[in-house]
Design a protein around this ligand. Structure first.
Ligand code: NAP
Length: 487
C-alpha cells in the first residue's frame, strides 16, 4: 500500500516521553483507507491511564523546555521544519492513504503545515514584552510573557498534519510542552510528524502523542487534569461546547477552531471567471471537507445563469477517485456516515424545491468500496434548507439568487457560525462596507483561498475563540505578567 523512501515514518505506537509505546492493555484500533475501505494498520489504543502519564511527563519536561533560550527553541523548530519538507512526499503519501485527499493536495497540506513550524521558529525569537509609562517617577512597569504550561491539543481528521502543526509549533515556540490527541481516523500523520520532531532533536516529553479510539475518555483526562493549563481544539462546534464545559472547573485557557458555514457571494459586477475559479477551490478542495469551504452560494440574479453554466463547465473537469490515482482532483469522504449525512442534506434541499443541475458520474466499482460522493450542483436552493444552515462537508454546491446588497448581507449573517466568508465584486465602496458588516473572522475578497501561516486564522460567533498563525498566534500560548517596580 505504501511506497515510502523512509519506512520509519510509518509508526503505529503512541509517543510518550520520547519513547514509542503500546497501550498498557496492548489494545489497538484499526485505521482504514477511506478510498478503499481497507485496513491500513492497527495503532496503539491508549486510554485515561496513559494520557495521565503523558500529562505528568509533559509537566516535568515543560519546566526544562521553558529554560531553553528562545534561540535554542527556534533552532530546534527550524530543524523540524527542514525535516518535514525533506520528507514531504512520504508524509503526503501517508496523509492521502489515511485521509483520502488527492496526493497533490496532500503535498500542499504538508507544505502548509510545515509553514507554521517555520513561522513559529521565527516568532519564537519575537515574544516581546513591554515597558509602560508608570503613574509616578519612582516606579517602573514591565510586562513579560511566559509560557502557559502544559498544552493539550485535540485535532480533526480533515487536515491531520496542518491542524497539529499549527498548534504544536506556537506552543513549543512559547516554551510550552504538548500532549496531543489526533483524530482516530488519521493518527499516522501525527505520529510521522512526532518521529521527525524526535529526529530534529526536540527533547523527549516536549511533544507527546496519545493515540486512541475512545476520544471522550482521553478528552476527559486532558480537560480534567489540573496539570494541563490550556486546551487547543479544532473540530466540531458541538464537541467544542462540551470541551468548554469540561475545562470550566479548572478555568483552563481554551483556543477553539470550530465549524463554519461560509457564504460565497457573487455580485453583478464580479469577474465571473475569477469567481468560478475561487468557487471551485473553495468548495471542492478536500472533497468539500474543510471548515472554510464555501457552504452557501449567493449569486446576484442578473449573473445567476451565467455563473451556474460556468460552474458546471468547471465541475465537469473534476475527476473523482482514489487520491493516489493520477489526475484525481476529488477523493473520498472520510466515512460512509459522512456520505449518508451529505445525502440527507441534498434530499432535504430537493424536498424544499431545489433541483440538480449537475452531478458527476462515479466509477461504480470504486464507489462501492470507498466513501465517494459525486460533485453535485443544486439550483434554486431554499435559504431555509439544511444545506445552507449546516456544514455540508461534502462536494455539493447549492446556489441561491439575490437581488440587493442589503438582502445578501442579511442572508450571509443569518448563521450562528462566523468563520470565513467570500465575496466577488469590483466595487471599492461595496468592498469597504462588506469588510465591516460581514460577520466572519476571515473574509476572502475576490479570492477563494485565504489561509497561510502569516495571517490570523479563526472565527467569531460559534466558530471559535482565538487565532492561529500570524503574529497573533503566539498570544494563545503565553500569559502576560505585569511587574511593578518601585525604586
Ligand atoms: P469532531 O467530531 O469534533 O472531532 C474533532 C476531534 O475531537 C477529533 O480528534 C475527535 O476524536 C475529537 N473528539 C470527538 N469527540 C470528543 C470528545 N467527546 N472529547 C474529546 N475529543 C473528542 O469533528 P470532526 O467531524 O472530526 O471534524 C470536522 C469539524 O472540524 C468540522 O466542524 C470542521 O469545520 C471543524 N474544523 C474547524 C477548523 C477551524 O480551524 N475552524 C479546521 C478544521 C476543521 P475522534 O475522531 O478520535 O473521535
Amino acid at each position: 500500500m505504501f511506497n515510502l523512501r523512509n519506512s520509519l515514518l510509518l509508526r503505529t505506537q503512541a509517543f510518550i516521553d520520547g519513547e514509542w509505546c503500546n497501550a498498557d492493555t496492548h489494545k489497538t484500533f484499526a485505521v482504514k483507507n477511506p478510498a478503499t475501505g481497507e485496513i491500513i494498520t492497527q495503532v496503539a489504543d491508549l486510554g485515561v491511564t496513559e494520557t495521565r502519564r503523558a500529562i505528568v511527563v509533559a509537566a516535568r519536561t515543560q519546566q526544562v523546555w521553558a529554560q531553553k533560550t528562545a534561540k535554542e527553541r527556534s533552532q530546534l523548530l527550524r530543524a523540524w521544519f527542514d525535516l518535514v519538507m525533506q520528507h514531504q512526499d512520504d508524509l503526503a503519501q501517508i496523509l492521502t492513504i489515511e485521509q483520502g485527499k488527492p496526493l497533490a493536495e496532500a503535498r500542499g497540506e504538508i507544505a502548509y503545515g510545515a509553514s507554521y513550524i517555520e513561522w513559529f521558529s521565527e516568532e519564537a525569537k519575537r515574544i516581546y514584552g513591554d515597558v509602560i509609562a508608570p503613574p509616578s517617577v519612582d516606579q517602573r512597569i514591565l510586562v513579560i510573557k511566559q509560557p502557559v504550561g502544559v498544552v493539550a491539543t485535540i485535532t480533526p481528521w480533515n487536515f491531520p498534519c496542518a491542524m497539529l502543526a499549527r498548534k504544536i509549533a506556537p506552543a513549543l515556540a512559547a516554551g510550552c510542552a504538548v500532549v496531543a490527541k489526533p483524530a482516530a481516523e488519521t493518527p499516522l500523520s501525527a505520529l510521522a510528524l512526532a518521529f521527525l520532531a524526535q529526529q530534529a532533536g526536540i527533547p523527549g516529553g516536549v511533544i507527546n502523542i496519545v493515540t486512541g479510539a475512545d476520544s471522550a475518555a482521553i478528552g476527559s483526562e486532558l480537560t480534567g487534569n489540573p496539570l494541563v493549563r490550556k486546551l487547543s481544539f479544532t473540530g466540531s462546534t458541538a464537541v467544542g461546547k462540551q470541551l468548554i464545559q469540561q475545562c470550566a472547573p479548572d478555568v483552563k485557557r481554551i483556543t477553539l477552531e470550530l465549524g463554519g458555514n461560509a457564504p460565497f457571494i457573487v455580485f453583478d459586477d464580479a469577474d465571473l471567471d475569477a469567481a468560478v475559479a475561487g468557487a471551485m477551490v473553495s468548495k471542492f478542495r478536500n472533497a468539500g471537507q474543510t471548515c472554510v469551504c464555501a457552504n452557501r452560494f449567493y449569486i446576484h440574479r442578473s449573473v445567476y445563469a451565467q455563473f451556474s453554466e460556468k460552474l458546471i463547465a468547471a465541475m465537469n473537469l473534476l475527476s473523482v477517485g482514489n487520491g493516489m490515482g493520477e489526475g484525481v482532483s476529488v477523493g473520498p469522504l472520510i466515512s460512509l456516515a459522512a456520505v449518508k449525512k451529505v445525502q440527507v442534506l441534498v434530499d432535504d434541499a430537493l424536498a424544499r424545491g431545489a433541483h440538480i443541475a449537475y452531478q458527476a458520474t462515479l466509477d461504480l466499482t470504486e464507489a462501492a468500496q470507498g466513501n465517494f460522493y459525486p460533485p453535485t450542483l443544486l439550483l434554486n436552493v431554499s435559504p431555509d434548507s439544511a444545506l445552507t444552515r449546516q456544514e455540508i462537508f461534502g462536494p455539493v454546491a447549492g446556489l441561491i439568487a439575490f437581488d440587493t446588497d442589503q438582502q445578501v448581507i442579511a442572508f450571509a449573517n443569518d448563521s450562528e457560525f462566523g468563520l470565513a466568508a467570500y465575496c466577488y465584486t469590483q466595487n471599492a465602496k461595496r468592498i469597504k462596507h462588506l469588510s465591516e458588516v460581514l460577520e466572519a473572522g476571515m473574509l476572502g475578497i475576490n479570492t477563494g483561498i485565504i489561509s497561510n501561516e502569516m495571517a490570523p486564522f479563526g472565527g467569531i460567533k460559534q466558530s471559535g475563540w482565538g487565532r492561529e498563525g500570524s503574529l497573533y498566534g503566539i498570544d494563545d500560548y503565553v500569559s502576560v505578567k505585569y511587574l511593578c517596580e518601585r525604586f
